[in-house]
Design a protein around this ligand. Structure first.
Ligand code: GLA
Ligand code: ZN
Length: 699
């Protein structure tokens, strides 16, 4: 990426809002940031009101000062376009900028991320502001990337959106008959006669709320979810095109939110020069859950390093319980991000704000105003580790995984809009169960989308693949035929891209690959469970139980009770050179672990390391060697036996094979194992033989 050759370390910094403060404090900020080894600042995220106080006036005086000050002090800037919250005058003059809620109520001026993505006013003024900013600061060579808007999200149901929805559908379906077919509109006498009969699906039309958004017509709601995501993407693209025209050399991105349902990040990421995201775990999120979000974000750009664009140094303001990060946890979670592919570590926020809802959100500089705080000391310590220890060693490194887990936004929307068989079907949770098993077994894993190549993987796990999109069955068929192992679960293969059922028996398009026929689906109340034996151990069968028949597959386990006792629940099918596995129910993580371990053994997939429970392991590799991350998420000291000699780059300590490596509670070890560089038959000195690392990250 452009600009990357100058970047020699993991960038460290965060969101800085000096415009909210009197100017006489700014120099003090500069001093304190330097103490903390901060080198990058995200600027100008929410300044629209200041930059454009009315329709015809732009005022850059303050931002100029901020830009000059940060440049003079040697900071790199991740420069935002300020279009994440519109000014009050715009709402006053042009109500089309205001969003309409699912209940049909048009909002008034308030909050942020508040503009209708299809408002002509929003698009006009957002484009104009972006152009002004890009032209004005084009020559600032410390701008290392553009940050478009902020955390795009939400849904609008206004009349403009409805009109645009019709146009979007016209492009997609061409005729109203095709729409009627795709949405199965013969049902409940819904036949549409004209494009104008189409309305946005909302709480005043097809949708209703009963523990989550539900809908009478999945096809309509699904297309609206796609349309809404596309509408926001258009806004992003509009700004991106302006920025690229004026500063083609500066990468463009925005901040994602991890596993965020409303936007199809797999589609979005194609338009981003790099992926960056904001990591705000709840106090009781498990490390595996955070790890999975990182892996999802890394997978969006096929493994390219990503940026951790926001995390709190200490505490959040918007969770139900805003618990402090315990000592060393900020460091641990920062390295966790790096362990999963981050090449940038950033915070929200640099100075704790005085008023409004983020005044109790953690910050680099607290309300007390000086650096003598526990939180600052941790920030400073991490800053110096990044600068003195990690340097450029890890930049641009990649992970090599033999296991992939599929994640697909269309499938997420469709599976959860579905009426039946159980409201307890939760796509991310299901994926998480499998992810946790893989994580706890210490296998390296990538999260892939339906467009990603599978040929480098030995095992592909696609939990709850309810919607098997056009062509995806072919991809899996080919993959398995060529020797791949594929594992999927209950509620898979049912529908095609429009949520229309694939007839001829479940699991639809996947039937032949799996060698089974699911005749019926039973749903169990949460307090009930069936069971099955696998490898001599009893495991639970919950939520949904498939009643299936073997059609070429072999049974690995069967139900123990109910009228379908004896029917298969876990199967294996040899198909071509490969195998397809099916788990017809929700079981326990322990079962998934056992099954995946058995499959992995057969496939000769080796774990990253043998480490105790609670210790997370990943490996990143580049020209400098392979970096084994050992992250101790427990409070207790643990011992890991070193399997391959290396040096902990955080302490400089060398470890030989067989050594006992001690990791303190919440501690981190990054073991650099050098590549064996063989040049013309001579096993040379790796340092001399390897090229200087390129930071092919994003900035
Ligand atoms: C989000 C936003 C920031 C800030 C933080 C607070 O990630 O992007 O502007 O509001 O949350 O956690
Ligand atoms: Zn709208």
């Amino acid at each position: 990426m452009i600009g990357s050759s100058e970047i020699k370390k993991i960038l460290y910094g965060g969101d800085y809002n000096p415009e909210q403060w009197p100017e006489d404090i700014w120099e003090e900020d500069m001093r304190i940031f330097k103490l903390a080894h901060i080198d990058i600042l995200t600027l100008n995220v929410f300044n629209w009101a200041m930059l454009q106080p009315d329709e015809n006036t732009y005022d850059f005086r303050k931002l100029d000062k901020i830009m000059n000050m940060t440049r003079d002090n040697g900071f790199k800037v991740f420069m935002a376009t300020s279009t994440g919250a519109h000014p009050a005058w715009m709402a006053r003059e042009y109500p089309d900028i205001l969003r309409t809620q699912a209940n049909g109520v048009r909002r008034k001026y308030g909050r942020r991320h508040n503009s209708c993505p299809n408002s002509p006013t929003y698009r006009k003024y957002a484009a104009a502001l972006t152009e002004q900013i890009a032209r004005r600061y084009a020559e600032y060579d410390n701008i290392v990337a553009w940050h478009v808007s902020n955390e795009y999200g939400g849904i609008c149901y206004c009349d403009n959106c409805e009109k645009k929805f019709r146009e979007w559908l016209k492009k997609k379906y061409r005729t109203i008959e095709a729409v009627n077919h795709a949405w199965n509109m013969n049902f409940w006498s819904h036949t549409l006669y004209d494009w104008d009969d189409i309305v946005a699906p909302s709480l005043i039309t097809e949708e209703f709320e009963a523990s989550g958004l539900r809908t009478a017509f999945q096809g309509i709601s699904l297309d609206y979810a796609r349309f809404n995501s596309d509408s926001m993407l258009e806004c992003y693209k509009m700004e991106k095109e302006i920025l690229k025209k004026i500063t083609p050399h500066i990468p463009v991105s925005t901040n994602f939110m991890g596993m965020y349902k409303t936007l199809d990040y797999q589609k979005w990421s194609k338009e981003l020069d790099f992926v960056g995201w904001d990591n705000y775990p709840e106090y009781n999120d498990e490390p595996a859950e955070i790890a999975m979000r990182h892996d999802l974000m890394r997978g969006l750009k096929q493994g390219q390093p990503f940026a951790l664009l926001e995390q709190t140094p200490s505490v959040n303001n918007w969770h139900t319980i805003c618990r402090l990060k315990r000592p060393d946890v900020m460091r641990l979670w920062s390295f966790q991000a790096v362990a999963h592919g981050a090449d940038t570590i950033m915070f929200f926020q640099m100075r704790r704000s005085l008023g409004a809802c983020e005044k109790f959100h953690g910050a680099v500089i607290d309300h007390v105003g000086h650096e003598n705080t526990r939180v600052f000391r941790e920030i400073e310590a991490l800053g110096s580790e990044l600068e003195d220890r990690i340097k450029n060693l890890i930049l641009g490194s990649r992970m090599k995984s033999q296991i992939a887990i599929l994640f697909d936004w269309d499938n997420w929307w469709a599976a959860e809009f579905s009426a039946g068989p159980s409201r307890s079907i939760n796509y991310p949770k299901e994926v998480m169960q499998y992810y946790k098993a893989v994580y706890n077994l210490h296998f390296s894993v990538d999260i892939v989308g339906v467009e990603d190549d599978l040929s480098n993987y030995k095992l592909v796990i696609a939990p709850l693949l309810y919607m098997c999109k056009e062509g995806y069955d072919k991809k899996i068929r080919k993959y398995v035929k060529c020797g791949g192992a594929f594992l999927t679960t209950y509620f898979s293969g049912y529908v095609e891209d429009h949520d229309l059922v694939v007839t001829g028996g479940y699991p639809g398009r996947l039937k032949d690959i799996l060698g089974i026929w699911v005749e019926e689906i039973d749903a169990l109340p949460l307090e009930e469970a069936n069971s099955f034996l696998y490898s001599g151990k009893k495991y639970p069968a919950r939520i949904v139980c498939d009643l299936m028949h073997l059609r070429g597959a072999k049974e690995l386990a069967h139900y123990e009770s109910d009228f379908y006792a004896g029917m298969p629940v876990v199967t294996e099918h040899s198909y071509g050179e490969g195998k397809a596995f099916y788990v017809g129910t929700r079981s326990s993580e322990e079962f998934y672990r056992t099954l995946i371990n058995d499959i992995a053994k057969e496939l000769c997939i080796a774990p990253i390391a043998h480490a105790p429970e609670g210790v997370e392991t990943t490996v990143r590799e580049n020209e400098n060697g392979s970096f084994l991350f050992l992250l101790n998420h427990t409070q207790a000291k643990v011992i890991v036996s070193v399997e391959r000699a290396g040096q902990d780059i955080l302490t400089g300590k060398e470890y030989l094979e067989g050594d006992n490596l001690e990791i303190l509670g919440a501690g981190v070890v990054i073991l650099q194992r050098r590549c064996q560089v063989v040049a013309e038959g001579v096993s040379g000195n790796w340092e001399a033989e390897t090229k200087a690392p390129k930071a092919d990250g994003f900035f």
